[in-house]
Design a protein around this ligand. Structure first.
Ligand code: SF4
Length: 74
């Protein structure tokens, strides 16, 4: 899985960082706008990442489920 965020559409709701803090963060110094901890999260994080995408109010998060990093399950 590869994660993308469209920084132009983020509305700084903070949902993603609450749901999947190992992948998304909403730093105070960035006024709560999203940044990625990693764009290749481990498989254990995928359910939370998918939930964060579904609950993002601005459609900012995109997932490429076809991209696999070395070591990711097939
Ligand atoms: S859930 Fe969406 S709108 Fe809210 S901070 Fe994360 S990327 Fe931005």
């Amino acid at each position: 899985m590869r994660v993308f965020a469209n920084y132009d559409t983020c509305v700084a709701s903070g949902n993603c960082g609450r749901i999947a803090p190992a992948v998304f963060r909403n730093l105070a110094e960035h006024e709560g706008f999203v940044s990625l901890v990693t764009d290749h999260p481990p498989a254990a994080e995928w359910p939370a990442v998918r939930q964060a995408q579904q609950l993002c109010p601005s459609g900012t998060i995109f997932l490429d489920e076809t991209t696999r990093a070395e070591g990711e399950p097939r």
